[in-house]
Design a protein around this ligand. Structure first.
Ligand code: PYL
Length: 269
């Protein structure tokens, strides 16, 4: 998964509510509702206003990303959780979260973004959560993908999980990747079809789930395209935005919200 940069999330904290409102305009539900719907749950069945959530900065690997923990906090607060960023990073920060009574603790290194419910042992992670949230958003935006052709761009961790989920929703899934071997492996594993020519695949599909870091030239986008794009950096130019009926995108919000929903709703594993 591509590593976020401070520039990509610099405005996230103050725009979290705006993004949730935009999502509601696009698909008829806000971030919290989409997150719970992505896991088959109704947010009204849960009162998580008394949950305390901690976001712990992690210095491992390439280190802390400026604004990352604050962005996690803003996304969770927009959903209705009470959230704090620990003053200490890493293990001492995890200890601080426990000492301060956090129910759910969010931590991310360069390989894994994890949410852990310290009270129940339930945990969730960002790759499967992002795939779930964006696949659900595309299903809703399309009016139901069952029987429809859908293209997944990118056969990495998120793209593969998205192929699996979209096949389970009854879509006719095609997957493409600059590494055609990866696309073929994912297609074979989940009952999808692999397309070798990425540009042609994009130019032939109305419904697209974009799980790739690459920019997508607007000239490839079909008129009226409905696109669910977790790819970072943001992949579309003015022409692509003009031709698309809808582009659902954020740098971190949907994946983080689904992680929180899973930690509140999932039965103990
Ligand atoms: C979870 C994001 C979504 C897209 N790419 C993933 C990423 O950038 N991962 C790295 C996160 C590092 C966070 C850093 C901190 O500030 O705690 N260790």
């Amino acid at each position: 998964m591509t590593r976020l940069t401070e520039e990509m999330i610099i405005d996230l904290p103050e725009n979290a509510r705006e993004r949730s409102k935009k999502l509601k305009e696009q698909i008829g539900m806000d971030l919290k509702t989409l997150a719970f719907k992505s896991i088959g749950e109704n947010p009204d069945d849960y009162d998580f206003s008394d949950y305390s959530v901690a976001s712990v900065p992690i210095t491992a690997g390439l280190g802390v990303i400026g604004g990352f923990s604050l962005s996690v906090k803003a996304i969770l607060e927009e959903m209705g959780f009470e959230c704090f960023v620990t003053t200490e990073p890493d293990v001492d920060g995890f200890y601080e979260a426990l000492e301060k009574g956090a129910d759910i603790i969010f931590v991310a290194d360069d390989k894994r973004f994890l949410a852990y419910n310290a009270k129940t042992g339930i945990y969730s992670e960002n790759v499967s959560s992002t795939a779930a949230g964006y696949s659900e958003a595309l299903d809703i935006a399309s009016g139901g993908l069952k029987g429809k052709d859908v293209l997944v761009i990118g056969a990495g961790r998120v793209g593969s999980e998205s192929v699996r989920l979209l096949v389970s929703k009854g879509a006719k899934v095609k997957v493409t990747d600059i590494d055609f071997g990866k696309a073929k492996d994912v297609a074979a594993e989940y009952g999808a079809a692999a397309l070798s020519n990425v540009s042609r695949a994009i130019s032939e599909h109305k419904y697209i789930l974009d799980a790739s870091p690459g920019l997508i030239p607007g000239e490839l986008i079909v008129e009226g395209a409905v696109i669910s794009s977790m790819g970072i950096p943001y992949s579309f130019d003015a022409e692509g935005e003009k031709k698309s009926d809808m582009i659902i995108h954020d740098p971190l919000n949907i994946g983080t919200a689904v992680m929180a929903a899973k930690c509140v709703a999932s039965p103990r594993k």
